[in-house]
Design a protein around this ligand. Structure first.
Ligand code: GCB
Length: 593
């Protein structure tokens, strides 16, 4: 699927703004056919945004089930004879869409796009009513998983991930038009050969009988550097300007579909020419060892929740640059494509993660309450879950395969990994990822409950990604004991001979809380001391090739006794003010290499 764009042959209409909105508290919207006409008793809702925090109302915030969005849109008159497509960048977690009264598409998974050809349901020059049912219920057969419990007080959603279950239309909605003969996909793979670069491309098309594909590669100033004919080929770029961390240089590959000398479709794909490879304990970008500095992030901002917002996009990248971060992980789901595009341009390096978070019933502890479930079983995470998970991996890679910023796939965060059931569940999922993308390393994020010697899934990973909280969840306040235990565990992992990225280490910190007494959890001083202890350990282990602090900013979670107005492990507050740790990281990360 190609992301909608304007081009010489394509036009988009953006459907963001205020939509009609109604919660389906009784779950009767379908049987009452709410899609047959204007929504009644609706309120207005912003798109893109999570709906939860927009109304100052717990009924909206904690809603479990379907919510309905509706708006009408004029279909441009000059789109007559064109193929007209309705495109959603995301609907969390499941959506069904009607154009007028016709059901046109459904999609599972809250963080990847979907679209449908609605040409036969619209009339150019007329309006069409779009109705969307967005269901936020999680089950053992969704990614991420959860369970809905029926209680005397209503439905309650339980889940095993540490961020609020924000729901709704989180990203842009588009109507766009192409010629019936059109480009449908592009895959680029880049390589380096001395000072030359190469771009191998494969273009897919539909209804294109009698048409030819041509490609033109231009540099960032618009100068043509190579051309190709046919749907597949390799372009050579002499004296290439490489894409590199901190240097987001992009070429523009224009795909053209031409019939009888006439241009019927044109699409522009940005291309960053770089290589990625694991070599022993090194992670190589352009054959040079790369050390990740940065964070695990969240798409999480006040009021808007997980809705994409360009002001925060740019501001967050400014802060990443200020602090000296060269990378982050899209914990714990695929982020907006605007984030990926911007990372490409800024030369930021991404670990790109699926939404498979919380597949671990052992993690309950104090955070999520007792589970009473087994992770992998016919009744819980089962074959259906595995195939939904495989689909989530395929959709992530299909969407993000052409982004030079993405250097590593993370197929899950902290799943159960110490059991035979976990080994059997994950083995084929690594194959799915490698089949979808043979060019990038694949890994998953290991949890503290499966330390070295017990984890049965890390054998499949190209890179070891570890989340560890020595000095926080264990050895709380005792950094001397934490340092010894952490170094012992990390030394054992280093024996595996693979690169290690510490994908989470962090301490909850209440901004403004201080103490002159060392070892005082929750203070700003403790967060600094905790990070410095970790850094001493990392600097002693050669195989550590990256450090990503948990978290970039404070973020919303479910309420509970372990969380004070959300997770406070941010180095910045939720509204992006620095804690003392931000300055400590800046001193370390901005040091000349
Ligand atoms: C983790 C999870 C992350 C949590 C974090 C914490 O291991 O991966 O989602 O937010 O710990 O703060 O407990």
């Amino acid at each position: 699927m190609l992301r909608p764009q304007d081009s010489r042959t394509r036009e988009r209409k953006n459907l963001d703004g205020l939509w009609e909105f109604a919660l389906d508290g009784q779950g009767t919207g379908r049987s009452e056919r709410w899609f047959d006409g204007p929504l009644t008793e609706s309120r207005r809702m912003a798109v893109p945004a999570s709906y939860n925090d927009i109304a100052a109302d717990a009924t909206v915030r904690d809603h479990v089930g379907s919510a309905w969005y509706q708006r009408s849109v004029w279909v441009p008159r000059d789109w007559a004879g064109r193929r007209i497509v309705l495109h959603f960048e995301a609907a969390t977690h499941r959506a069904t869409v009607w154009a007028g009264t016709a059901e046109v598409v459904s999609h599972d998974g809250g963080y990847t796009p979907f679209e449908v050809d609605i040409t036969e349901h619209v009339a150019p020059g007329e309006q069409v009513r779009i109705t969307v049912e967005v269901d936020n219920r999680l089950s053992f057969q969704t990614i991420p998983p959860g369970v809905v419990e029926e209680t005397p007080h209503g439905l309650r959603q339980r889940y095993w991930h540490d961020f609020f279950n924000y729901s709704g239309l989180h990203r842009s909605v588009w109507l766009y038009a192409t010629d019936p003969a059109h480009l449908t996909d592009i895959t680029v793979v880049t390589a380096l050969n001395g000072s030359d670069g190469s771009v191998t491309y494969r273009v897919e098309t539909a209804n294109a009988a009698g048409a030819q594909t041509q490609v033109v590669l231009r540099d960032a100033t618009g100068v043509e550097v190579a051309t190709g004919e046919g749907s597949e080929g390799t372009l050579t770029v002499p004296s290439v300007h490489r894409w590199a961390p901190g240097d987001g240089y992009l070429y523009d590959l224009e795909l053209q579909l031409v019939r009888n000398g006439e241009l019927v479709d044109s699409y522009h794909q940005s291309v960053g020419i770089r290589t990625v490879r694991v070599d022993g304990i090194r992670f190589l970008i352009n054959e040079e060892p790369f050390y990740f500095t940065g964070f695990g992030k969240h798409e999480d901002i006040p009021v808007i929740g997980k809705g994409h917002n360009n002001a925060f996009l740019v501001h967050d990248f400014e802060l990443l640059d200020w602090v000296g971060a060269n990378s982050f992980r899209t914990s714990h789901y695929p982020y907006s494509e605007d984030v990926l595009d911007y990372a490409d341009r800024q030369g930021l390096v991404l670990i790109d993660e699926t939404a498979a978070v919380g597949l671990n019933m052992g993690l309950g502890g104090g955070i999520f309450g007792g589970q009473g479930y087994t992770t992998f079983s016919p009744e819980t995470a089962n074959d259906v879950t595995q195939s939904v998970h495989a689909q989530a991996i395929r959709e992530l890679i299909a969407r993000d395969k052409n982004h030079p910023s993405v250097v590593l796939w993370s197929i899950a965060n902290e799943p159960e990994s110490e059991t035979e059931a976990a080994e059997n569940y994950f083995r084929p999922l690594f194959d799915v990822a490698r089949e979808a993308d043979p060019t990038r390393p694949v890994g998953f994020v290991n949890v503290m409950l499966a330390p070295h010697g017990t984890c049965r899934v890390s054998q499949f990973a190209d890179v070891l990604m570890l989340n560890r909280y020595y000095g926080w969840y264990v050895n709380t306040g005792d950094l001397a004991a934490a340092e010894a235990a952490w170094e012992a565990e990390l030394t054992a992992w280093a024996g595996d001979g693979k690169p290690i990225i510490i994908t989470e280490y962090g301490a909850d910190t209440y901004p403004g809380l201080h103490s002159v007494v060392a070892g005082s959890p929750w203070t700003e001083e403790y967060q600094v001391d905790y990070l410095e202890m970790n850094h001493r350990v990392f600097d002693r282990i050669d195989a550590v090739v990256g450090e990503q602090v948990w978290n970039f900013a404070d973020f919303a979670t479910t309420s509970g006794i372990m969380r004070v107005g959300g997770n406070k492990k941010g180095v910045f507050t939720r509204d992006r003010q620095p804690k003392a740790a931000a300055f400590a990281l800046r001193r370390r990360w901005r040091k000349a290499p």
